[in-house]
Design a protein around this ligand. Structure first.
Ligand SMILES: [Zn+2]
Length: 322
């Protein structure tokens, strides 16, 4: 029932805080999935990235609340966009429909004489805007599926701080040396990977292609008996890795958790080397991955009878995957 456009929130129909709260949940989900920023402030104004505006149009009533040029009342695009040159010349840029009609635009008037103007939710003009409809729209569109990897960072058995870390990682927002140099925080000469491999430390290098840190993936693959993934970007790598052990939900969930443990351990090892000057071997890093994944699974599932020794050598047997 809530309609929002540009910088403002319009509440149409029955006011309901339950609806507003539910909408907020959808927006948080939307933000997480799409990476687009939705700003909330205390007075519940929402600032839209554009998807909502694309799905509403104006139903003209008496024309007093519809801008002739800038509201999309005739088609999907407002007249100022469709007839840009005419709009440039117009002296009536902010005129409403009613004013334009009074100036002689249009003949008749019956069409908009009997009701006030209102916004239409195009995906469901008859039923109106609903949280369910918006959620369905958001989850079925390309701009969400483009970023499927982001959906994988949330895992019920992985600590929230790890998911948030992964969220930053997939968006390349970690303070890697490349990122610090580009923000003038670090001098360009100091951009080398902490492993001593001689290459510039970018996110892609650190987590995938580094001869030291990147070699962790092959150790992990042989531990969990999966095929090695060769994607060159982190979102792709996450997606491929997750699906590389089969399509069953349990297996995908397991692979998700292992991937998150890997990147978490790599980042901590990198920081350890950079700020404390101590270095663990890649085999030690694999041990940490085994330890973290075991602990995450155990603490979130009391009934899981995992034997650590079994987990150490063959996690798939432990989880009855083989
Ligand atoms: Zn390196």
């Amino acid at each position: 029932m809530e309609a929002m456009f540009a910088d403002d929130t319009l509440l149409l129909g029955v006011k309901s805080w339950a609806n507003v709260r539910a909408l907020r949940v959808v927006l948080v989900l939307f933000e997480a999935m799409s990476g687009l920023k939705v700003n909330f402030n205390k007075s519940m104004n929402f600032y839209w990235g554009g998807w909502f505006g694309k799905h509403i149009s104006k139903k003209v009533g008496d024309g007093s609340d519809t801008f002739f040029w800038t509201d999309p009342w005739t088609a999907e695009t407002p007249l100022c966009e469709r007839f840009g040159r005419l709009f440039d010349l117009a002296e009536t840029k902010s005129a409403t429909m009613a004013e334009m009609f009074a100036l002689g635009w249009g003949d008749g008037g019956e069409a908009w004489a009997d009701s006030s103007d209102r916004w239409l939710w195009q995906p469901g003009p008859a039923t109106g805007y609903s949280v369910r409809g918006a959620y369905h729209l958001l989850t079925s569109q390309d701009f969400v599926t483009l970023d499927d990897a982001t959906g994988l960072i949330w895992h019920t058995q992985v600590p929230l701080k790890v998911s948030i870390f992964a969220w930053r990682l997939l968006r390349d927002r970690l303070p890697t040396k490349t990122n610090l140099v580009s923000r003038d925080i670090l001098s360009p000469e100091a951009h080398h990977c902490v492993s001593g491999c001689g290459i510039v430390e970018s996110t892609q290098h650190l987590f995938l292609s580094c001869s030291t840190f990147g070699s962790l993936w092959s150790l992990v693959s042989s531990w969990i008996d999966s095929t090695l993934v060769d994607s060159q970007t982190l979102p792709d790598h996450f997606m491929q890795f997750t699906s590389s052990a089969g399509v069953s939900r349990a297996r995908r969930s397991f692979m998700q958790l292992i991937w998150l443990a890997c990147v978490w351990v790599v980042w901590h090892e990198r920081n350890q080397r950079l700020f404390r000057g101590s270095a663990n071997s890649v085999h030690h890093m694999l041990d940490k991955i085994k330890f973290f994944s075991f602990r995450w699974l155990k603490t979130t599932n009391n009934t899981l009878t995992l034997n650590y020794h079994c987990w150490w050598s063959s996690p798939l047997v432990c989880l009855n995957f083989v």
